[in-house]
Design a protein. Structure first.
Length: 412
């Protein structure tokens, strides 16, 4: 490896861990796809906002003007993170589930009876239930189903589902169970060629790779910031022209984005704190907040996670009584470090509970990807065991987990 590559890829794990005060806990946090640890700088900014900017926005007195500017700066950092072009494209809200519900309530008003929406059976229920509810208004929801053999959503199956009445395609960028990265550009392209808009759940992707809504040309994209080292909030990106055209769900006299999608307004202090996440990723690359620093920061994150994940994949792939649920590949383009498996003789609940006793914070179940677990026939096994890494996990933690699992499987 050339020195320059080494410098770009090297992540100082000790510095990284020192930024997360919760990592002092004896639990080994391997449920990061459920929720990540929070940065100290995020915590600081929440306090800072409440001490220095605790006023209602939109007034003309100095403190209100300053608070508005501070919040706008924080939103501008989200723009850089998403690679969005306009402030109106970024809607901060309480959760991805809530934002998707809001989007479906708005989008639904633009549809006519018989219009079609495509969802998948791989998605978290968040990007399914709100669209399925539109059937009550006469819309038709079709499901793009996983190919059980390849454990993939196949592009040909998508093309077959799109018809003249299809208005929206919804899919997840990364499955929160399988860990597989979907070819977002290809699928957005297939939909756009046929005049269909696209809504992507990026929740399981955002902690691991850099977002780029313009490169993907996606119409709507969402992620949850409590899984990306920040507070319990979420972000909806929507193309400016599309959000402008949608009816809002706020008071009727509020007609501009993002406010028309934020009934009761945004949580100021939490939205303000999000800037610290963007600054942190840029700081990994020792750079200012810009796309180059974020790209370099996420490169380090991806490389580190892959290194820590590799022995786990190797172990699971070589355990005769274990089946990996998701791609065997450890390549950065194929998967993130969210690894699920089943054991042929021990159900998933038993494994996870034993691991919990040994201080490993892993989980079992369907992770609200209810349709996926049913499609894969894994309900009776209590779903899968999921080990989901963040970039602050260490090779030592992984060694310990593998040793534990290996001994547990042998003993059982
Ligand atoms: C892939 C995926 N999508 C959506 C959600 C829902 O996110 P939120 O809790 O912000 O509503 C989750 C939460 O686990 C998730 O993993």
């Amino acid at each position: 490896m050339k020195m320059i590559d080494f410098l770009v890829l090297f992540m100082d794990i000790n510095w990284v861990r020192s930024q997360f005060p919760g990592l002092g806990n004896p639990t080994v946090f391997l449920d990061n796809a459920g929720g990540s640890q929070t940065l100290q700088t995020v915590i600081n900014r929440i306090g800072h906002y409440l001490i220095h900017h605790d006023v209602q926005l939109g007034a003309n007195y100095a403190a209100s003007v300053q608070a508005k500017a501070a919040l706008q700066k924080a939103t501008e950092s989200l723009l850089v993170w998403l690679n969005a072009a306009h402030l109106e494209e970024v809607v901060v809200g309480p959760s991805t589930t809530a934002l998707l519900r809001i989007l479906s309530l708005s989008f639904g008003q633009t549809l006519s009876k018989g219009d079609e929406i495509i969802i998948t059976d791989v998605d978290h229920e968040s990007n399914r239930a709100c669209w399925l509810d539109l059937e009550k208004q006469g819309m038709v929801v079709k499901t793009w189903c996983i190919n059980r053999e390849s454990q993939r959503l196949e592009s040909d199956d998508l093309v077959a589902l799109i018809g003249p009445r299809t208005r929206l395609l919804c899919f997840t960028h990364v499955s929160n169970v399988l860990g597989a990265i979907h070819p977002i550009e290809e699928w957005v392209g297939l939909a756009h060629e046929r005049g269909v808009q696209v809504c992507v759940d990026g929740v399981a992707f955002a902690p691991h790779r850099l977002l780029d809504v313009q490169a993907w040309d996606v119409d709507y994209y969402l992620f949850s910031t409590y899984k990306t080292f920040g507070p319990h909030q979420a972000v909806l990106y929507g193309k400016k022209s599309l959000l402008e055209a949608l009816p809002g769900i706020n008071h009727g006299f509020i007609t501009t984005s993002p406010y028309k999608f934020q009934p009761g307004n945004v949580n100021y202090e939490l939205a303000y704190s999000l800037q610290a996440v963007v600054e942190y990723v840029a700081q990994l690359a020792s750079g200012p907040v810009n796309r180059a620093s974020l790209a370099s920061g996420f490169k380090q994150i991806a490389a580190h996670e892959r290194t820590v994940m590799q022995p786990l994949l190797h172990f699971l792939n070589n355990e005769p009584k274990v089946t990996l649920v998701g791609p065997e590949s450890d390549a950065e383009r194929d998967r993130v470090a969210t690894v699920s498996f089943i054991h042929h003789e021990i159900d998933s609940r038993t494994i996870a509970q034993a691991a919990n006793q040994a201080q490993f914070g892993i989980r079992f179940g369907d992770f609200y990807a209810v349709a996926l677990i049913d499609a894969l026939g894994l309900r009776q096994r209590h779903g899968v065991v999921r080990v989901s890494l963040a970039h602050y996990n260490t090779a030592d933690e992984m060694d310990r987990l593998i040793r534990f699992l290996s001994e547990f499987f042998d003993r059982y």
